[in-house]
Ligand binder design. Structure first.
Ligand code: PGA
Length: 255
């Protein structure tokens, strides 16, 4: 019997790379090629904000911002609003990445950003994750608090535009061998969906796509996609390596 085909979401978070528009376009071209060859895989690239406009409109790759202001408009020097990002061509925004949380974003600010982005018509990839793992599973409580805090503030009618990215903070940007095992991710994905269902109702909550992120390279991506129940991956460093990222797209599409 044929196994049901899985439709994965792969998000490449370029962070503050590369330096120039030309380099961004050169990095993007092979990824676009791999995304075009894929049938069932959604590819999202989150470039630095100044490059968003250059990279939009190139189907089937979707463009995401890496962050958004919690305010709709006003005297907030240096901030970029959800409507401005949408006007530049972004379809998604990442919110609550641990690197933004380290720079001051609290759960309350993240919740406001999510609500503001949804109101402006952006899809939201909201990052959650514990900063450390303890033997008494306190980290599960912190994950629950993050999900409840964010999703409770969301207009339920817009909840279908949310994707949750589970990114354990202690794993991001580390050696690829520190990455979680598929069984650990599987357990977390089920837990996240369960908590989401408590807030959004069973129907909407169990449908929220849950991605895994944190030190994913091609080898780990393969087992994670095959065995973890995650709906996809949020990839940092390896999304700046077009060959590695394209291989991940190709593999995801083969499952
Ligand atoms: P990494 O980054 O894959 O380089 O660990 C992941 C992230 O920060 O989203």
């Amino acid at each position: 019997m044929n196994k049901a085909k899985r439709n994965f979401i792969l998000v490449g978070n370029w962070k503050m790379h590369p330096d120039t528009r030309e380099e961004a376009k050169a990095l993007f071209a092979p990824i676009l090629k791999a995304a075009k060859a894929a049938q069932e895989t959604t590819v999202v690239i989150a470039p630095p904000a100044p490059f968003i406009h250059d990279l939009t409109g190139k189907e089937p790759v979707h463009i995401s911002a890496q962050d958004v202001s919690e305010h709709a408009e006003g005297a907030f020097t240096g901030s970029v609003s959800a409507r401005e990002l949408k006007s530049a061509g972004a379809e998604y925004t990442i919110v609550g990445h641990s690197e933004r949380r380290a720079a001051g974003d609290t759960d309350a600010i993240v919740a406001k950003k999510v609500a503001e982005a949804l109101r402006a018509g952006l899809r939201v990839i909201v990052c959650i994750g514990e900063s450390e793992r303890d033997a008494h599973a306190q980290y599960l409580r912190s994950i629950r608090e993050q999900i409840v805090g964010i999703l409770s503030a969301v207009d339920k009618k817009l909840a279908r535009w949310i994707t949750i990215a589970y990114e354990p903070v202690w794993v991001i940007g580390k050696s690829y061998d520190t990455s979680l095992k598929p069984a650990d991710i599987h357990e977390m994905v089920i837990y996240i969906r369960k908590v989401a269902a408590e807030v959004l109702g069973k129907n909407a909550g169990l449908k929220v796509p849950v991605l895994y992120g944190g030190s994913v390279d091609f080898e780990h991506a393969k087992t994670m996609l095959a065995d973890s129940a995650a709906d996809g991956l949020l990839i940092g460093r390896q999304s700046l390596d077009p060959k590695a990222f394209s291989s991940i797209i190709e593999y995801a599409d083969s499952l």
